[in-house]
Write a protein that binds this ligand. Sequence first.
Ligand SMILES: [Zn+2]
Length: 64
Amino acid sequence: MDRIFSSVREYDRQVSSPKSCRTCDEPATKDVLFDVGNGVAVVERYCAHCATTVSDGIGTRSSA
Ligand SMILES: [Zn+2]
């Protein structure tokens, strides 16, 4: 599934609904939004470090 990095926003619902980072087990502090087409967006939760990695990596993975 193609998905295009859209934006990162603060994840501020941690108190009521704690989540773990998608790629590590740190507490998630960022919502990362992806546009998957047809006006549909998906949100994945990451810690601050992984959110940076994700947002930097998508669209620029010309080399491994
Ligand atoms: Zn993480």
